[in-house]
Design a protein around this ligand. Structure first.
Ligand SMILES: *[C@@H]1O[C@H](CO)[C@@H](O)[C@H](O)[C@H]1NC(C)=O
Ligand SMILES: *[C@@H]1O[C@H](CO)[C@@H](O)[C@H](O)[C@H]1NC(C)=O
Ligand SMILES: *[C@@H]1O[C@H](CO)[C@@H](O)[C@H](O)[C@H]1NC(C)=O
Ligand SMILES: *[C@@H]1O[C@H](CO)[C@@H](O)[C@H](O)[C@H]1NC(C)=O
Ligand SMILES: *[C@@H]1O[C@H](CO)[C@@H](O)[C@H](O)[C@H]1NC(C)=O
Ligand SMILES: *[C@@H]1O[C@H](CO)[C@@H](O)[C@H](O)[C@H]1NC(C)=O
Ligand SMILES: *[C@@H]1O[C@H](CO)[C@@H](O)[C@H](O)[C@H]1NC(C)=O
Length: 669
C-alpha cells in the first residue's frame, strides 16, 4: 500500500491509467449486454447452466434439483415461498412470521466469473384493514444453506441470533414490499449484504411503473460482469420488454466466498403475502486462468499500441494531479457529511438499531452498580450515556442463560419493532453477543409508577388522570389499533414508566405475545399475582379482557394511592375494599387522602366506576379498552353497567372436566 501522500497520488494516477486500459480491453472483448428476457447461454464449456422452466413438487424432493426450506410449498408450475390464503379473510397463524429458502442443491462458483440469472415471480398481497402486506423476497448468494429463523424484515436472510458470525456471508437482491423506516417505500429493489436491515443501495420501482404487489408476473434478470465488476438488474412485467433498472459496481469477491449456494428467500412478519416463484435459470462463465491469460495477452498488444497515448496521458496527469488532490479532499469532505447525515438519520429514526456489546458496556460504565436502575423478573436495567450525540438510555440486560430469557428477548424485538405509540416505551435498539442479550430503551427520568405508590412520592390529581388516560390509550392501541391484536399480559405499576413530564410509557413486552400465536392454552403462567384476572389464574390464557382487568387494578391503585396486594386495609384487599365502598355508595372515600380533597369529585367517581367494571369477574362483562378510553376522555359518555353488590363467584371449567373451581376471591395475598 502507498505510504506517503505523494505515493498515493502516483498510485491513483497509475490506477487511473490501468482502469482506462481495462475499459479498452473489456469494451473490445465483452459482448454488450442484451436486454432480452433470458440469459445468453453462450458456448463457453465452463459455463454452469441450469434451468427450471417451471416447478412442480418433484423439484423439492431429493434429486429434484432444489433444497426447499421453511414455509416453501410446491404447486403445479410454481413454488410458494410463503403463503397467505388471500381468499380467506382469516389467515392461519402459519401465514405470519414465516420464512422460506429455496436454493440450488449444490454451491456454484460466482467469482472469478461472469454470471446471469433470470427468474419470474408473482407477489399476492394479503390486504388487511390497513392495506399493508409484507415483507418481501430476495435472490440470494449465501455460504450457509440451512434455514434461519428470520421472518419479517429479515426477509429470510439473516438469523437475528447468528449476527456477527463471520463465517456467515451473503449477498442478496431484495424485492421489498414493506416500508421500514430505512426504506424508500414499500415497492423497491435493494442490494443487501449480511442483513436486509441496511441495504448497500435501494431504488424505488415507482420509476419503472412496476408494482411488486400487483399479483402480475414480474420478470427479472440479474447480470454480473466479472471483468467490470458491475451488477446489472433488469425488470419488467410479463409480455413487456425488460427495462434496465439498476447498475451497481460491486466486487463480489469481497462479499462472498468463491462457491456459494444461490436461490431465493422470502418472509412474512405481522403482515402476510404469497411470494410465488414461476421459473428460474442461471448461467455462469468461469473466468478461468486461460481467459485471464488471454486477457493479459490482449492487454500486452493494446499496451504496445497505446504507448504513445500513454505518454500523453502521463503528461496530462502531471497537469491534473493538483486537481486530483483537490478532488480527494472534496471526496473526504463528502464522506464526512454523509456520515453526519447518517448519524442524524439513525438518531431520529425510531427503528430498533443494532448495538455492539462494547458500545453498551462503555455507555453503562461496564454495567456498574452505580448505573443500576432496577432489577426485574429476568434481567437488570442500567442507565447509560452515549457521548456522540449525547443521549441517555436505559439498557435492559437479560440473563441469557435461561432459554426463557432468550425467547422473551426475541418476542420483544419482533413485537416492539413495529409498535409505535406515544404511551408505549420505544425500543431504541438491541444487541446480542456472546450470551449477552441487551435491549435499549428511551431513558425515563421519573422511573416507574411503582415509585409513586409507596407513599413517599406525591402525584397530584391531574397527573394521576394523565397517567391513567395514557395507559388506557396505550392498551387500546395494542388491542385494536396496531394491526394484529397484542395482549400485554403484565400490566402493573412497575411496567409503567414516567418521563420528565410524567407522561406514562407502557413497557416490558417480554410477555407480550401475538394473539395469533396463542391459539391454545399456554402452560406457563405469566403475569403478576394481584394484577392477574381470576380466569387467567385457572386457564393461563391471556386475552385483551385480562389486560382490562389489570388496568382496573392499576386504576384503583392510582386513585387510592394504595397497593393492591401486601397493603391490607383492615382485613380486605383493595379490590374488596372498593366494592364495599361502592355497595355503601361511598365510593369517593377510596380517593387517596394525601390529595387532601384537591381533586375533581365527579371525575374520581367515573374512574372508580370504570375500574370496578374492569374488575368484573366475568370477563365478558368487562368494558373494552375503547369504551374505557371513551369514558375517561368524554364526561358525557355513559358508564358501563355496574352491579350494586360485588358479583359472587364464577365457575371456571377446565378442559371440560366436570369439576369446576369456585373463584370467589381473586385477592391473593
Ligand atoms: C415434474 O416435472 C418433471 C420434469 O420437469 C417431470 O418429469 C415430472 O413428471 C413432474 N412431476 C409431476 C409430479 O408432475
Ligand atoms: C400458492 O399460492 C396461491 C396464491 O396465494 C394459492 O392460490 C395456492 O393455493 C398456493 N398453492 C400452494 C401449493 O401453496
Ligand atoms: C374469522 O375469525 C372470526 C373471529 O375468530 C370468526 O368469528 C369468523 O367466523 C372467522 N371467519 C371465517 C371466514 O373463518
Ligand atoms: C390455506 O387455506 C386452506 C383452505 O382454507 C387450508 O387448508 C390451508 O391450511 C391454508 N394454508 C395455510 C398455510 O394456512
Ligand atoms: C411510490 O409510490 C407510492 C404510491 O404512490 C408512494 O407511496 C411512495 O412514496 C412512492 N415512492 C417514492 C420513493 O417516491
Ligand atoms: C471496563 O472493563 C474493561 C475490561 O474488563 C476495562 O478495560 C475498562 O477499563 C473498564 N471500564 C470502566 C469504565 O470501568
Ligand atoms: C421528574 O423528572 C424531572 C426531570 O428530570 C425532575 O426535575 C423531577 O424532579 C422529577 N420528579 C420526581 C418526583 O422525581
Amino acid at each position: 500500500m502507498p505510504k506517503s501522500y505523494k505515493q498515493l497520488e502516483q498510485f491513483l494516477l497509475f490506477s487511473t491509467i490501468i482502469f482506462q486500459l481495462q475499459q479498452i480491453v473489456t469494451s473490445s472483448s465483452s459482448s454488450s449486454s442484451s436486454s432480452s428476457s433470458s440469459c445468453d447461454h453462450g458456448t463457453d464449456k465452463s459455463a454452469v447452466i441450469f434451468s427450471f422452466p417451471t416447478f412442480n413438487t418433484t423439484n423439492c424432493k431429493p434429486g429434484g434439483g432444489l433444497l426447499c426450506m421453511g414455509a416453501t410449498t410446491a404447486g403445479e408450475g410454481f413454488l410458494n415461498l410463503t403463503l397467505a390464503n388471500s381468499t380467506s379473510s382469516n389467515l392461519s397463524s402459519l401465514d405470519y412470521n414465516s420464512f422460506a429458502r429455496v436454493l440450488y442443491h449444490k454451491p456454484v462458483q460466482v467469482w472469478p466469473a461472469s454470471f446471469c440469472t433470470s427468474f419470474s415471480f408473482r407477489i399476492y398481497p394479503h390486504i388487511d384493514q390497513f392495506e399493508l402486506s409484507g415483507d418481501g423476497m430476495t435472490f440470494v448468494m449465501a455460504t450457509d444453506p440451512s434455514p434461519v429463523s428470520s421472518h419479517g424484515s429479515y426477509l429470510g436472510l439473516q438469523d437475528p441470533l447468528l449476527k456477527g458470525n463471520s463465517d456467515f456471508q451473503q449477498l442478496a437482491i431484495e424485492f421489498d414490499t414493506y416500508k421500514n423506516e430505512w426504506d424508500p417505500d414499500d415497492n423497491h429493489i435493494g442490494i443487501d449484504t449480511l442483513s436486509a436491515l441496511k441495504s448497500l443501495a435501494t431504488k424505488s420501482l415507482n420509476s419503472s411503473n412496476i408494482d411488486l404487489k400487483s399479483g402480475k408476473q414480474i420478470n427479472v434478470k440479474i447480470e454480473y460482469n466479472g471483468r467490470t465488476k458491475e451488477l446489472q438488474i433488469y425488470v419488467g412485467y410479463e409480455g413487456k420488454p425488460l427495462q434496465s433498472f439498476l447498475n451497481y459496481p460491486i466486487k463480489i469477491s469481497r462479499k462472498v466466498p468463491r462457491n456459494v449456494y444461490i436461490g431465493f428467500t422470502a418472509a412474512t412478519g405481522l403482515l402476510a403475502e404469497t411470494h410465488q416463484l414461476l421459473d428460474w435459470e442461471f448461467t455462469s462463465t468461469i473466468l478461468s486462468d486461460k481467459t485471464l491469460t488471454d486477457n493479459r495477452k490482449k492487454c500486452m498488444i493494446i499496451f504496445a499500441s497505446v504507448l504513445p497515448v500513454l505518454g500523453g496521458l502521463a503528461l496530462l496527469a502531471v497537469i491534473t494531479v493538483p486537481a486530483m488532490r483537490q478532488r480527494m479532499v472534496k471526496e473526504r469532505e463528502r464522506i464526512r457529511r454523509m456520515e453526519d447525515l447518517e448519524r442524524q438519520y439513525t438518531a431520529a429514526a425510531s427503528a430498533p438499531r443494532m448495538f455492539t456489546y462494547k458500545q453498551l458496556a462503555k455507555a453503562t460504565k461496564n454495567f456498574s452498580q452505580d448505573n443500576l436502575l432496577g432489577s426485574g423478573g429476568f434481567g437488570s436495567v442500567y442507565e447509560g450515556h452515549f457521548v456522540d450525540p449525547p443521549q441517555t438510555i436505559a439498557v435492559k440486560k437479560i440473563s441469557a442463560t435461561s432459554e426463557q430469557g432468550e425467547r422473551e428477548y426475541l418476542a420483544e424485538i419482533c413485537t416492539i419493532g413495529r409498535l409505535r405509540h406515544k404511551n408505549i416505551l420505544q425500543l431504541q435498539g438491541w444487541s446480542h453477543e456472546n450470551e449477552h442479550l441487551l435491549l435499549i430503551y428511551d431513558f425515563m427520568a421519573n422511573k416507574s409508577l411503582n415509585e409513586y405508590l409507596t407513599g413517599q412520592n406525591f402525584l397530584d390529581w391531574k397527573t394521576r388522570c394523565k397517567i391513567l388516560n395514557g395507559l388506557a390509550s396505550a392498551l387500546l392501541y395494542l388491542h385494536e389499533e396496531c394491526g394484529d391484536p397484542v395482549v400485554h399480559r403484565d400490566v402493573k405499576p412497575s411496567n409503567i414508566m414516567l418521563d420528565a413530564e410524567f407522561n406514562p410509557h407502557l413497557g416490558d413486552f417480554g410477555l407480550a405475545r401475538l394473539l395469533k400465536n396463542t391459539a391454545g392454552v399456554t402452560t406457563i403462567l405469566a403475569g403478576t399475582l394481584g394484577y392477574m384476572a381470576p380466569e387467567l389464574i385457572y386457564t393461563g390464557k391471556a386475552t385483551p379482557e385480562s389486560d382490562v382487568y389489570s388496568f382496573g387494578v392499576v386504576a384503583l391503585e392510582v386513585v387510592s394511592g394504595k397497593r393492591a396486594v401486601n397493603n391490607l386495609i383492615g382485613e380486605t384487599c383493595l379490590v374488596d375494599y372498593a366494592w364495599d365502598m361502592h355497595e355503601k355508595d361511598t365510593l369517593v372515600e377510596c380517593v387517596d387522602p394525601v390529595l387532601d380533597g384537591v381533586f375533581d369529585n365527579e371525575e374520581a367517581i367515573r374512574i372508580l366506576r370504570v375500574a370496578l367494571a374492569c374488575l368484573h369477574l366475568d370477563s365478558n362483562l368487562r368494558p373494552t379498552m375503547r369504551k374505557v378510553v371513551m369514558i375517561l376522555t368524554n364526561p358525557d359518555e355513559p358508564l358501563s353497567e355496574l352491579p350494586d353488590t360485588r358479583p359472587k363467584g364464577v365457575y371456571v371449567s377446565l378442559y371440560g372436566i366436570a369439576n369446576p373451581f369456585s373463584v370467589t376471591n381473586p385477592c391473593i395475598s
